[in-house]
Design a protein around this ligand. Structure first.
Ligand code: ADP
Length: 408
């Protein structure tokens, strides 16, 4: 290119000199014209060359086809959540991404050239990569880390390059984070085992009493009546449990849509108290609606009623003889609805856990009173669904106060 330019410039110089020395005006004019034409040709060629030199860079950023494969690969590796680690046949790390670095060693900027054994002493990881280098694909290898928080990974290792007598040229491992899935699976198993346990007790009792009736107890009318009452009580417990499980599963699974609207709290509390009138009277417990007549709260009326039903039911169940369950309201940044009893109260160490599914301070007593162990869990999830929460304050021997906090 430079050579062509110097020839052009040289020609222009010669022609200009000739134009100056030749006496004929016509020839001088012709020579000047040629010089000008050459200059224009040179200028056009130079500007085109400049614009050509600029355009490829612009294209690269504008057109995805021109994205260079290396930067695509780098972006993919950095962006992916899965840890990615490539080792060569000497088990040295030749490539890794940010997720893998977090997994093994937070302090180093990049994992490069280290031996796999320097990164981890986990035998499961080592043996999976070793198999990879032998040309054997491994998947479903469970890897646990015990850093500040326990993490569980599913490791898959594949050989890289052609596999010959010496094995593969390298191995690529992908670490899939399954911590959350594992935790959910654990919760599900625990839930299932709790449900089976809760159902087995009343079912065993029903079967036992039915067998007693079958073996001739029907002749004794009084015992017969007693057994039937026990059977009914246990069957109702099972029904209550199944209802609560279905409810809780629907709420937790996000299948409950709230229909929120302004609710007249006094009326709602009156209705719930009325439904408990017989139960409260049977236990000599007084229900007190202390809510002002004009209080309005923003909630799903049916779900708020369900929350209050569970809390008032507990208040009565855990009340003492001649006890009181009072329902009141306070206004602040949020609406606070309190259900307060002067019953047994809760020991401090149980306060945090009473909202967990199936958590009960006294399992036998709760079952005896027809409890499912799910009432407070339902209240908690419904309160959360409203954008609020439920809290408890309690003192042994003095009573408990459960508060539903609702956004305005
Ligand atoms: P349950 O069906 O057993 O009542 P809940 O989830 O409603 O299940 O309550 C869980 C546990 O919390 C109860 O078993 C009881 O030990 C405790 N509890 C709940 N409400 C009260 C209360 N008002 N006073 C004392 N303990 C309570």
């Amino acid at each position: 290119m430079a050579k062509r330019q110097s020839i052009l410039i040289g020609a222009c110089v010669v022609l200009t000199i000739l134009a100056l020395v030749i006496p004929s005006l016509f020839v001088r004019l012709m020579l000047a014209l040629i010089v000008m034409t050459l200059a224009v040709v040179w200028l056009v060629a130079t500007s085109r060359k400049n614009s050509e030199a600029q355009s490829p860079a612009d294209d690269q950023t504008q057109s995805p086809e021109n994205l260079n494969a290396q930067s695509l690969l780098a972006a993919t590796m950095t962006g992916m959540r899965e840890g990615l680690l490539v080792v060569d046949k000497d088990m040295r790390v030749v490539a890794s991404n940010v997720a893998a670095r977090k997994l093994f060693n937070h302090s180093v900027p990049a994992l490069k050239s280290q031996r796999l054994t320097e990164l981890t002493r986990n035998p499961a990881i080592y043996s999976a990569f070793l198999d990879g280098l032998k040309g054997i694909e491994r998947s479903g290898v469970k890897v646990e880390t015990h850093g500040p928080e326990r993490q569980v990974f599913d490791l898959r290792v594949v050989p890289i390059g052609s596999v010959n007598g010496d094995g593969a040229e390298g191995a690529l491992g992908m670490f899939f984070d399954i911590t959350r899935t594992e935790r959910l699976e654990l919760v599900r198993q625990e839930f299932l085992s709790n449900v089976s346990h809760e159902l087995r007790t009343p079912l065993t009792s029903i079967i036992a009493f039915v067998e007693t009736l079958e073996s001739g107890a029907t002749e004794d009318t009084e015992s017969c009546q007693r057994f039937l009452t026990i059977i009914r009580k246990n069957a109702s417990r099972m029904q209550g449990l199944i209802d609560d499980i279905l409810d809780l599963t629907a709420i937790e699974g996000g299948n409950v849509q709230l229909q929120t609207a302004p609710v007249q709290l006094y009326e709602l509390v009156e209705d719930v108290c009325a439904s408990f009138a017989a139960k409260a009277a049977a236990q000599n417990v007084t229900l007190e609606n202390k809510v002002d007549a004009d209080v309005m709260v923003h909630a799903d009326a049916r779900r708020l009623e369900q929350m209050l039903t569970n809390l008032i039911d507990n208040g009565i169940k855990f009340s003492r003889e001649h006890g009181t369950v009072a329902i009141s309201h306070e206004s602040g940044t949020r609406d606070r609805i309190m259900v307060q009893d002067n019953g047994d109260g809760l020991p401090a160490q149980h306060l945090e856990r009473v909202f967990e599914r199936f958590y009960r301070v006294d399992r036998a007593r709760s079952r005896d009173m027809g409890g499912t162990g799910l009432g407070l869990a339902i209240v908690k999830h419904l309160a959360l669904l409203h954008g609020g929460e439920v809290t408890v304050a309690s003192e042994v021997g003095k009573g408990s106060a459960f508060t539903i906090h609702l956004p305005k």
